[in-house]
Design a binder for this molecule. Structure first.
Ligand code: MG
Length: 218
C-alpha cells in the first residue's frame, strides 16, 4: 500500500464502518442508553463527499443532523486483530461528518428497521484530507468541534470516547475483516442538530485540521 494510494482511500476503499453512541453525553442527548458493547452500522462508499461539493438534504427528509467524527483509515488488512496489535493496522485519520436523516432514523428505530437510508444517502459522508498516522501523535486526546454558520454547535475531545480505537478495531475485526482503505467513524460528541439549505458547516480536529461544506436541498 503506497502512501499516495492510501491518501486517496475514498476512491477505492471498500467499506465505511460507523460506531454509534460512543460518547456519553451524545447518548444522553438523544435519550439512548449507554452501550455495553459498540453499536456498529455501515454507510455505502457512494456516500463519500469531498470539499468543494455540497451536502444535499434528500427529498422527503425534514431533519438532517450534523455529527462530527474522527475517522480511522485502515492501511493493513486484519482479521481477529488483538487490541495490542490494533494500531499497526491504522494508516492514518480523517476528519469526517456522519450526516444523519434524523427523522428517517427515528421511524426506522420505532419499526426496528435498519438505519441504511437514514445514514447512507448520497453526500452523507463528507471527509477532509487524509492525515498520516505520524501527524497525529495521540488520537485519543484531540479536540473536535463543529460550527454552523459560525456558531459553535459541537465541541468535544476524543478522550471522551467510550470505546477507544484499539478496542473498536479488535471488536469489529472479530467478525468483519478489515481491508486497506476501509474507514471507521468513531462516533460523535454531544451537540448534534439540524442543518438547512444554504447553511455552512465548519469543523476541526486537533487544532491543525479543518474542513468546510455548504448545504443544499434536493
Ligand atoms: Mg455518528
Amino acid at each position: 500500500m503506497t502512501q499516495q494510494a492510501i491518501s486517496r482511500f475514498w476512491e477505492w476503499g471498500r467499506k465505511i464502518l460507523c460506531v454509534g453512541r460512543n460518547y456519553r453525553e451524545h447518548c444522553l442527548e438523544l435519550k439512548n442508553p449507554l452501550p455495553k458493547q459498540p453499536l456498529i452500522f455501515t454507510k455505502p462508499t457512494s456516500a463519500y463527499l469531498k470539499e468543494g461539493n455540497s451536502i444535499v438534504i434528500p427529498k422527503g427528509c425534514e431533519e438532517v443532523h450534523h455529527e462530527v467524527e474522527l475517522g480511522i483509515v485502515i492501511g493493513k488488512p486484519g482479521t481477529k486483530v488483538t487490541e495490542n496489535n490494533a494500531m499497526e493496522h491504522v494508516a492514518g485519520y480523517v476528519l469526517a461528518l456522519d450526516m444523519t436523516a434524523r427523522d428517517w432514523q427515528s421511524v426506522a428505530k420505532s419499526k426496528g428497521w435498519p438505519w441504511t437510508m437514514a445514514k447512507g444517502f448520497d453526500t452523507s459522508c463528507p471527509i477532509g484530507n487524509f492525515i498520516p498516522k505520524e501527524d497525529l501523535k495521540d488520537p485519543h486526546n484531540l479536540d473536535i468541534w463543529l460550527k454552523v454558520n459560525g456558531l459553535e454547535k459541537q465541541k468535544g475531545n476524543t478522550s471522551d470516547m467510550i470505546f477507544n480505537i484499539p478496542f473498536l478495531i479488535s471488536f469489529i475485526s472479530q467478525h468483519i475483516s478489515l481491508e486497506s482503505g476501509d474507514l471507521i467513524l468513531t462516533g460523535t460528541p454531544e451537540g448534534v442538530g439540524p442543518v438547512h439549505a444554504n447553511d455552512v458547516i465548519d469543523c476541526g480536529l486537533g487544532g491543525d485540521f479543518t474542513m468546510s461544506f455548504n448545504v443544499t436541498k434536493d
